[in-house]
Design a protein around this ligand. Sequence first.
Ligand code: SAH
Length: 247
Amino acid sequence: MSIRVVLVDPKHPGNIGAVARAMKNMGLTQLHLVRPKAFPDAEATARASGADDVLDSARVHEEFEDAIADCGLVIGTSARQRHLTFDLVEPRECAHLVAEAAQVGNVALVFGSEKYGLLNVELARCHRLVTIPTAGDYASLNLAMAVQVITYEILLATRPGAPVPPPPDVPFATGREMELLYEHFERVLEEVEFRDRTGGGQLMARIRRLFNRARLDQNEMNILRGILTAVQARRRVAGSKSQRGDG
Ligand code: SAH
């Protein structure tokens, strides 16, 4: 089980190098890059200092989903407090969640681009959002500095001698499993002609938010998939009966 850092759309290769260094200082080695503007790059290698091994083993993805597909806990980060739909956590609380979840599955710490931060489509795939408290209203840290603070707290929470939270009984559903659940949900909602009353077609976004807050484990996800399959089976039976005219 492992803890990875995911950088979405990083623009400056120097920041990627500085992130690798910050991670290695705190004992983390798995770096995932989603659409890096320039990578590999001499500037990244220079800024990584002695952490070129983290850069060398970094994985590059075109899609954010692929970077979190096998993760049971996905933590987003934001300088902005205005994501009202999230329960915001501070880095220390975040580190305890990570220490707990990393015992039974992979964990992703997700950081946004220097310019825009994380977009809604990425936030919709995060279970929790962590904000590093800052003084006044100048809240935006340099990307690598934000990685440093978050991973420092994780080091404190996971190093030998730190109180280990009890592991969850059942592993959490992974990013990929959740995507399959949402696809299934959407199919069934269409089949039963469920009307989206959210205004602006927000129904699936709301459902995602609900499940992200709940953070489903494998058993809970299987129950929901089973219910959806049962609804589909029932509709098929009802459909064939009414075709025969005996319904
Ligand atoms: N202009 C962007 C800031 C991006 S800073 C915005 O308004 O969102 C680049 C990244 O560093 C952010 O996406 C986030 O991952 C991280 N970061 C910067 N400041 C942070 C803070 N105070 N708390 C948590 N993450 C932060």
